[in-house]
Design a protein around this ligand. Structure first.
Ligand code: HEC
Length: 116
């Protein structure tokens, strides 16, 4: 069962990989990479409510996109972790920022989902 799902997934990626998923790259370039990136503001507890809405939307879009590699279901979980952490920060839940920092771990996600 697991193997079949994986085979199907690989086929899906093979067919659909080309252009559509600049969504992920855009989120990375806009909200993760810059010195003053929104993700860093969230980590420092400095994000405004407008920042949080922007980021939430970005992660929801990202969840719908297909990463260059990795299991789509696990990808959705990774994105959900980001989404629910941002929602926690929005609702001023004290564990929101630490949840977010864990979820936004660059390397942990890139190892599984980013191509070369
Ligand atoms: C939830 C998963 C995830 C997290 C967390 C994540 N990334 Fe990424 N990142 C990706 C994926 C997937 C790609 C590959 C996108 C592609 O090639 O289509 C990527 C690509 C990138 C790129 C290359 C963009 C380009 O133009 O090709 C940069 C820069 C980047 N990430 C920065 C970061 C930084 C900095 C962090 C941590 C603050 C981070 N990312 C956290 C998934 C993630």
């Amino acid at each position: 069962m697991k193997k079949t799902a994986l085979a199907l997934l690989l086929t899906a990626i093979g067919i659909g990989s080309a252009a559509a998923d600049d969504v992920i790259k855009d989120v990375m370039k806009k909200y993760h990479k810059p010195e003053d990136a929104l993700c860093k503001k969230v980590g420092k507890g400095e994000a405004t409510s407008a920042d949080l809405s922007t980021l939430l939307k970005a992660y929801e879009d990202m969840k719908g996109a297909t990463p260059p590699k990795g299991d789509k279901a696990v990808w959705a979980e990774k994105c959900d972790a980001l989404i629910s952490a941002v929602k926690k920060v929005q609702s001023k839940d004290a564990s929101g920022v630490s949840d977010f920092k864990k979820a936004v771990n660059c390397k942990a996600c890139h190892d599984g989902f980013k191509g070369k």
